[in-house]
Design a protein around this ligand. Structure first.
Ligand code: NAP
Length: 486
């Protein structure tokens, strides 16, 4: 990791015009590990103008898809050769375990890019046809223009890839604003895009606070689309900001995934699934399983099994290959999660396990929190209704199918859900009845690059990955050709 980074604008590595910097902290120690420029409005104007020029002059959108694809495939290769460096830096800035970043996040990102590079070469659709006798009609898919990509801290590089690579794969140009807590791997990625031969202006990175430069980007009249991944609260604000110029706004927001265990489920498998579903990314994943609806007949067995497994979770230095769980992202975020635990208990919940700050040798100032299990019957409690975004397993008992579906749907979110049962008919009925955009059966987490990551309700709009995630960054255009000659 470099001591200081520059931003990437118009193919140049630049400091902020104010010369100010922001610190980047290792959440496992709270030590400063690097710093990045604090962009000004002028820097953002420069980035938008560069992206505008690369788009409006047709430099990027008019390149054949095969040429764009070559560059993206090259960058995927570059990341693969530097997988360890990417994984270490991703872990250092976010606190996610090296096990996760090197075995999952970075290899998955490489696969995501390769998929997008290939899929962007094909758009299937209607064949040219005469819908009226006098004319032939066909459809074009055109890039939207300049896309402002604003990303969160929990999957720093993956979210840039899901949003910005999808956008550029189909001919858009982008200005990326990564989360202020985790900007480093986005800047590394810009370096590799440059090496892979991406023309200047296509991919620009500005680092700085969302409250100033994020807002400015989102309302700018030269930006055509906002692609945002983050909290539902900021998503609402971006919809407002985008409305002044009627921008397309694509949102991937918060989640509150139910995890439903029926009485015929393989309980050992469900317990393993619950540990992984709740623990992935140190409990800071939008699709984390968070609300565990357990059938009364298997309730005790599941809860005891879960607590036994959570006791085995190794909390520690995220760079140690044995560690299962690292720190939360920041001191304030840990306080927020602890606030939810306290509130959950005040609102009738019972603490069954965890809830404390473990002391990790050599990492005493890290933002650690134990995995925490709370049981509750209060469905209106904040721990059931709101996104905690931490390692908290909230357990609820149920007895009837209809009751559990209604409760599972009784939140503002609609991102992911899982059901655990051996009954195929019940599983298929539940996939229909659950108002969530991804439903896993006897699993909770995987999303192949070929499948969409969409959202229902206040979890957002649009999709990432798959061909739907590429279409997201295109307009459809009807082209009508007169064949009557009159
Ligand atoms: P966040 O607070 O909403 O911030 C996300 C990004 O928005 C950051 O870059 C932030 O910049 C910027 N931002 C903040 N306020 C802004 C404003 N007023 N205008 C423009 N930009 C602004 O979210 P987070 O805490 O980083 O991430 C956690 C959230 O992301 C969770 O809710 C999680 O569920 C969601 N998420 C969803 C998905 C999904 O696929 N649905 C995936 C990952 C994460 P600063 O960093 O400078 O504040």
């Amino acid at each position: 990791m470099q001591e200081k980074y520059k931003m990437y604008i118009n193919g140049n590595w630049v400091e902020s015009s104010s010369n100010e910097y922001m610190d980047v902290i290792d959440p496992s120690t709270s030590n400063k590990i690097s710093s990045v420029p604090k962009a000004t409005i002028e820097d953002v104007d420069y980035a938008i103008d560069s992206a505008r020029e690369a788009f409006d002059k047709g430099i990027w959108p008019n390149l054949p898809p095969s040429e764009r694809s070559k560059i993206l495939l090259k960058v995927a290769d570059l990341i693969e050769t530097k997988l360890k460096e990417y994984a270490i830096n991703e872990t250092l800035i976010s606190g996610k375990t090296i096990k996760q970043s090197s075995n999952y996040d970075i290899p998955y990102i490489v696969d995501n890019i390769r998929y997008m590079a290939g899929a962007a070469r094909i758009f299937e659709g209607l064949a040219l046809k005469e819908y009226v006798p006098e004319g032939s009609s066909t459809i074009r898919r055109d890039p939207i223009g300049v896309v402002a990509v604003i990303t969160p801290w929990n999957y720093p590089l993956m979210e840039v890839v899901w949003r910005a690579v999808a956008a550029i794969a189909v001919g858009n140009t982008v200005v990326v604003k990564p989360a202020s807590l985790t900007p480093i791997t986005t800047l590394m990625f810009a370096e590799d895009l440059e090496k892979a031969g991406l023309p200047k202006g296509v991919f620009n990175v500005v680092t700085g606070p969302g409250s100033t430069i994020g807002e400015y980007l989102a309302k700018h009249n030269k930006v055509d689309m906002i692609a945002f991944t983050g909290s539902t609260e900021v998503g609402r604000r971006l919809m407002e900001l985008g409305s002044s110029t009627v921008k397309k706004v694509s949102l991937e927001l918060g989640g509150k995934a139910p995890f439903i265990v029926f009485d015929d489920a393989d309980i050992e498998a469900a317990v393993q699934g619950a540990v992984v579903g709740g623990l992935v990314n140190n409990g800071q994943d939008c699709a984390n399983s968070t609300r565990y609806y357990i059938h009364e007949k298997v309730y005790e067995k599941f809860v005891n099994g879960l607590i036994d497994e959570l006791k085995k979770v190794k909390i520690g230095d995220p760079l140690n290959a044995e560690t299962d769980m690292g720190p939360l992202i920041s001191a304030s975020h840990r306080e927020r999660v602890e606030g939810y635990i306290k509130k959950g208990i005040e609102e009738g919940g019972k603490l069954l396990y965890g809830g404390k700050r473990p002391v990790i040798e050599g990492h005493e100032r890290g933002f650690y929190l134990q995995p925490t299990v709370i049981e509750t019957e209060n469905h209106k409690s904040a721990i059931v209704q709101e996104e905690i975004f931490g390692p908290v397993w909230t357990i609820l008992k149920f007895s009837e199918y209809q009751e559990v579906i209604e409760k599972a749907n009784d939140v503002i979110y609609g991102l992911g859900a899982s059901i655990w049962t051996k009954d195929v008919a019940r599983a298929m009925k539940a996939t229909r009845d659950l108002r969530f955009a991804t439903v896993w059966i006897n699993e909770h987490v995987p999303v192949p690059s070929e499948m969409p990551w969409p959202s229902y309700k206040q979890s957002g709009s649009g999709a990432s990955l798959s061909t739907y995630g590429l279409e997201e960054y295109t307009y459809i255009k009807h082209v009508y050709i007169d064949i009557s000659g009159s």
